[in-house]
Write a protein that binds this ligand. Structure first.
Ligand SMILES: [Zn+2]
Length: 260
């Protein structure tokens, strides 16, 4: 343990019954953070190099975050997602393909499918371990009927209090500058970042050091119970062509000739 590490100031358990919303950019009901408390959130992974970079920075500071996973990316890189999960971070979901759910061309069934396949894919990639019932809409676009749907599924909805705009940043320093400009004004909040992006992974060691230096404390958000995926979508996921299996074992360790 590094005594100088940022660490975790407080762990909260969330009961997502009825689909509560978090993050003052859209949901004002639940003001649970105290002054100088932050929640670190990372979207759009898992992704090679950048997600492991974020994991290392968090581990070096003995701290934690919530990862909102894209289902397709989970099927590409299940081993990286397992690293996130095994490191003890909270894993939520962020749709199957990052489709904007406000797109009028999508039917209601297609919107539900985006949400549900994302959950089924993350569960599959984690070898059957279910993620938290924590969901973030792509681009923070909240179609009212899907907000209602998530309520019926008892899934919590995460907006944010401050957006680092890391996806627009031209370098790591810009991620740090935007984040602290907003954070020092608000004094606390759920911070939106992307482990998918290189500049975020590069910025995180310094960003975490500055949180510590500024007297900020990280709050870990855990779910009271995991989300229940729906069998029809688990089945649909299994039918998607070319889904790799989770097993990374070489063929020789799986198939042995016992008689010839
Ligand atoms: Zn996203």
């Amino acid at each position: 343990m590094n005594p100088e590490a940022l660490g975790v100031g407080r762990t909260v358990e969330i009961d997502t019954t009825g689909g509560p919303g978090f993050g003052f950019e859209h949901f004002k009901d639940l003001d649970f953070l105290k002054d100088h408390e932050v929640v670190l959130t990372f979207d759009d992974g898992p992704w090679p190099e950048n997600t492991p970079g974020v994991l290392k920075a968090l581990a070096d500071q003995c701290t934690t975050g919530i990862f909102f996973i894209i289902g397709k990316h989970a099927t590409y890189y299940p081993e990286i997602l397992k690293q996130v999960y095994n490191a003890g971070h909270t894993v939520g979901t962020h749709t199957w393909s990052h489709a904007a759910l406000t797109n009028k061309k999508l039917t209601e069934d297609q919107r539900k499918e985006e949400i549900e396949l994302g959950i089924s894919a993350v569960k599959w990639a984690l070898g059957g371990n279910s993620p938290a019932p924590f969901f973030r809409f792509p681009a923070l676009q909240h179609p009212p009927e899907m907000v209602t749907y998530l309520g019926t599924r008892n899934i919590g909805i995460f907006s944010c209090d401050l957006d680092s705009f890391d996806f627009k940043a031209r370098n790591a320093q810009a991620v740090i500058d935007v984040t602290f400009k907003k954070l020092d004004k608000l004094g606390k909040g759920i911070i939106l970042m992307h482990d998918f992006h290189k500049h975020t992974a590069e910025a995180l060691p310094e960003l975490l050091r500055r949180l510590k230096a500024g007297g900020y404390k990280v709050v870990a958000m855990r779910a009271k119970a995991p989300v229940q995926s729906l069998p029809q979508y688990d089945e649909q996921l299994g039918k998607i062509a070319k889904l790799p299996t989770v097993s990374q074992r070489p063929v020789s360790s799986v198939v042995t000739t016992v008689s010839e």
